[in-house]
Design a protein around this ligand. Structure first.
Ligand code: GLU
Length: 491
């Protein structure tokens, strides 16, 4: 039997880590089984629907780099994959249940239901949900009233029995039907289906074999199992994924930091890092191995590798992954990825200004200088400002090596000037060799010799590697910056 699973988001918000984790695990499971991964839009809640969230969904997954085999944009044998285009189907299935006696018409008005809630609250009653008032109206009478009165259709939960299913992760789950949401609405008075009806009908019609979804849906599953039985269908296998928590043990939310895929993208995360890290939220693969590409994950994923315990989202660990993936990028690709951040930050003269061909070349050539230290793509332009604009000359004290003085800084900078003139034409190893020789000759530590030179050229005591910077700035510019510094240093 071919495995078919799905990601079924409701487009009522931006794609976030929880959704990504569900989508990714479904994708990995389907791929690991040579099955099909399906996208279905559950847009039945028209009041909270906004097309920007659908756009955000497509843009997020385009960026993340994995896709579904069937879905609204690519079609497939079970189309349409958008619930708002399937309303007729749900209506028909709700009526099937009426005919089978597994559902009933309910004529309770919203006012009555509000009054019921208020009454219970006043009496401090723990009863919740519908009181099943319309459950016993004889079918012929109800059908006649339905022709002229507004109504909903409710599921008739079989009382006095239990519903049992085997969760692939949690094992046997048993619910007393009397504790399940009492006779939930399947079809609303405006003819729209509720989540429960549409979800079950679609999973059946789309041939879904496995439902991997967040644990917050576990409480709905007995109801879904009851619905499958009422229709006379086999239920798919369920696997409720462990919760994703913040480090304080509370469900991951905005309070903990970025949660939407968009925020991570804007911050300068690479999709490979996010996918790699999220694939580990609630699953472990190989002892000691942390870096996994998408194909490696597809090859290794299995439900046995899921953990029952909640997963903790560690922003620092995600940053570590990002730094690793930045390092692994070929320079040309990294430059292309970091370029938009550079343009936006004004690296090339003004915010939003594109680089000239010369600036573009320098930017690309600078990647080896920064890739070892950048955590975010946005760090890259931040570290390279001195290559594109003259940094202000720092205060004299900045030029002074540790335990030294201004006079010595001035002397070292003059030596540094000669060194830079030569180093600009050399590769890093040869430049370093020349620097070491100069330091030895002068009887100073290499670091001390380079401090005033670094400050003069980059405007800071901490900078990307100096010899690479000298090469990229070129002899003329280096000498001009050093001269400018020499002028400002009291001598
Ligand atoms: N539309 C539901 C959601 O937004 C789907 C839950 C499920 O996978 O059944 O998550």
């Amino acid at each position: 039997m071919e495995v078919r699973d799905r990601y079924a988001p409701s487009p009522t918000g931006l794609q976030h880590i929880g959704g990504l984790r569900t989508a990714l695990f479904n994708y990995l499971f389907a791929k690991s089984q040579n099955g099909k991964f399906i996208l279905r839009l559950e847009d039945t809640d028209r009041t909270r629907f906004d097309p920007v969230y659908v756009e955000n969904l497509y843009a997020s997954f385009d960026w993340l780099g994995f896709h579904w085999d069937e879905g609204p944009d690519v079609g497939g044998p079970a189309a349409p994959y958008v619930q708002s285009e399937r309303f007729e189907t749900y209506k028909n299935y709700a009526h099937d249940l009426l005919e089978k006696g597994a559902a009933y018409y309910c004529f309770c008005t919203p006012q009555r239901l509000d009054a019921l809630r208020a009454e219970r609250a006043a009496a401090h009653s723990s009863a919740a949900g519908y009181d099943r008032l319309c459950r016993d109206i004889p079918a012929h009478e109800a059908a006649a009233r339905a022709a002229r009165e507004p109504h909903t259709i409710r599921l008739k939960i079989p009382l006095g029995a239990a519903t049992v299913f085997d969760d692939l992760l949690l094992g046997r789950v048993e619910w007393q039907n009397d504790d399940v949401n009492p006779d939930p609405v399947l079809l609303k008075s405006d003819g729209f289906p509720t989540y429960h009806l549409a979800n079950v009908v679609d999973d059946h019609l789309m041939g879904i074999t496995h439902v991997l979804r967040a644990q917050e849906w576990l409480a709905s599953t007995p109801l879904h199992v009851i619905l499958y039985r009422a229709f006379g269908w086999d239920a798919p296998l369920f696997c409720h994924l462990p919760m994703v928590m913040g480090q304080d043990g509370k469900k991951l939310s905005k309070r903990h930091g970025a949660t939407s895929v968009d925020e991570f993208r804007k911050k300068g995360f690479l999709p490979e890092a996010l996918v790699n890290y999220v694939a580990l939220l609630g699953a472990s693969y190989e002892e000691g191995k942390e870096m996994y590409s998408l194909p490696e994950l597809c090859a290794r994923f299995s439900l046995e590798k899921l953990n029952k315990a909640p997963a903790v989202f560690d922003y620092k660990k995600l940053e570590w992954y990002n730094a690793q993936y930045i390092r692994m990028k070929p320079d040309g690709e990294l430059a292309a990825l970091a370029l938009p951040y550079a343009v936006q930050s004004g690296l090339f003269g003004a915010e939003g200004r594109a680089p000239s061909p010369e600036q573009r070349a320098v930017f690309s050539a600078a990647m080896p200088l920064v890739k070892e230290r950048a955590v975010f793509l946005s760090d890259i332009p931040d570290k390279l400002g001195y290559l594109f604009a003259e940094p202000p000359v720092p205060a004299a004290c900045e030029f002074i090596p540790k335990k030294s003085n201004t006079e010595e800084a001035l002397r070292l900078l003059k030596i540094g000037r000669e060194l830079a003139a030569v180093a600009a034409e050399l590769d890093d190893a040869a430049a370093e060799c020349a620097a070491k020789k100069a330091a030895e000759k002068e009887g100073v530590k290499l670091g001390d010799l380079l401090t005033p030179l670094r400050v003069a050229l980059t405007g800071s005591r901490v900078s990307p590697p100096l010899f690479g910077s000298i090469r990229l700035l070129g002899r003329e510019l280096c000498l001009a910056r050093i001269d400018r510094a020499l002028e400002k240093l009291p001598g």
